[in-house]
Design a protein around this ligand. Structure first.
Ligand SMILES: N[C@@H](CCC(=O)N[C@@H](CS)C(=O)NCC(=O)O)C(=O)O
Length: 205
């Protein structure tokens, strides 16, 4: 398998952490989705990373589809429960964590990739409000549990950890740890895992 991705994308990091936790081998192919000549476009019509090229049958996107495929590929470290209530709760965690990634990426692009006279600061503030509301939601849902879904690590923790790591990368000044001690505790534990350490985002992009 090949994974096309960048070193800053939180969605790519989510997939790479899943690959590492499941001990699946793959080739990591770096590509810049914003580049005109991105090779990615031949595999994903949306031109977005991550994109997984499967050995036998074409490519897969987006990160939610890819992680579901990967979890079913191997019985090692099951990260998504069988259909039922628990699975839906894991998916809800993933939805809010991905939503934080969406809002943070939108806010970052608005201010850092657009000329000053084209920036919409109201739009950026809407994205920052979504981040704050989601942090409060996740803090209260996590409570004092060791992981999002209780004792064991699952996809919910990986998605939340990747989203929080992206906030550190792009919005260090948010200081979300002070106001969200339970999330800070979870993030500290996750960031000790080799799967998280080996996928720390690079700041060069
Ligand atoms: N929902 C998608 C989001 C992927 C995404 O937005 N990736 C960004 C990088 S962080 C991208 O490739 N953007 C390029 C573009 O929008 O053209 C997923 O979960 O994979």
């Amino acid at each position: 398998m090949k994974l096309i991705g960048s070193l800053t994308s939180p969605y790519v990091r989510k997939v790479r952490i899943v690959l590492a936790e499941k001990k699946l081998d793959y080739e990591f192919v770096l590509d810049d989705p914003w580049a005109e000549a991105a090779q990615l476009k031949a595999h994903n019509p949306l031109g977005k990373v991550p994109c997984l090229i499967m050995d036998e049958s074409g490519s897969l996107f987006d990160s939610r589809v890819i992680v579901e495929y990967l979890d079913a590929l191997s019985p090692v470290s099951r990260l998504i429960p069988a259909p039922g209530r628990e699975r839906i709760e894991v998916k809800r965690w993933e939805a809010v964590a991905d939503g934080v990634m969406d809002a943070a990426a939108n806010a970052f692009i608005e201010v850092n990739k657009r000329a000053a006279h084209l920036q919409d600061l109201q739009y950026r503030q809407r994205q920052m409000d979504k981040i704050q509301a989601s942090l409060a939601y996740m803090e209260s849902l996590l409570g004092s549990q060791p992981h999002c879904m209780g004792v064991n690590l699952c996809l919910a923790d990986i998605a939340v950890g990747a989203a929080l790591g992206y906030l550190d990368l792009r919005f260090n000044e948010l200081d979300w740890r002070t106001s969200h001690p339970e999330l800070a505790r979870l993030a500290a534990k996750l960031e000790e895992r080799p799967s998280f350490i080996n996928t720390r985002p690079a700041t060069s992009q």
